[in-house]
Design a protein around this ligand. Structure first.
Ligand code: CMX
Length: 132
């Protein structure tokens, strides 16, 4: 596979309204997009840092995987997303090498991206996303 860069780092937060001021007022970044991803049961807020984005994730339902994550581990880094030129090929390569896939078929994510996740149990504990 060909990973060009870290597309974004996903950070689980309880409430975007209380998290965004840290990124804007302390770090001086600008929130340029807030978007709900209904399928994932999250509301997202985006900041650009060079070629990479910070994606804040607020759960919109108690059944959201992000709500479960916060309950278990607290707020913090939730996943790393790598930009790949071909997600289908990257998933096939991972599966052939014994990595457990969460998504066998890519799906739609925030910002018009196509996304797919690998299970943290087979990626040294870091929930990993491919996107393009
Ligand atoms: N990073 C690392 N480990 C994680 C994790 C994360 N983000 N989320 C869960 N885990 C761990 C749990 O701690 C647990 O470990 P133990 O068995 O040692 O306790 C294990 O994975 C299973 O967790 P679980 O709570 O029983 O299972 P879930 O039902 O929460 O499923 C996962 C976990 C990763 C399969 C699920 O979160 C998933 O499908 N994630 C992909 C989709 C997603 O994260 N969407 C939100 C972001 C969407 C976006 O960016 O737009």
């Amino acid at each position: 596979m060909n990973i060009s860069h870290i597309e974004h780092i996903g950070i689980a937060v309880k409430d975007l309204r209380t998290a965004i001021p840290y990124y804007e007022e302390i770090l001086g970044l600008k929130c340029y997009n807030i978007e709900e991803v209904t399928e994932q049961k999250v509301k997202t807020a985006f900041f650009k840092v060079g070629q990479t984005k910070i994606e804040l994730l607020e759960p919109t339902s108690e059944e959201s995987t992000v709500a479960k994550f916060i309950e278990k581990k607290g707020e913090g880094v939730h996943h790393i997303a790598f930009s790949v030129d071909n997600i289908v090929d990257a998933l096939a390569e991972c599966e052939n090498k014994g990595v457990q896939l969460i998504d066998k078929v890519p799906r739609k994510g925030a910002e018009g991206l196509t996304i797919a996740f690998l299970h943290p149990k087979s990626t040294t504990g870091v929930l990993t996303e491919f996107c393009n």
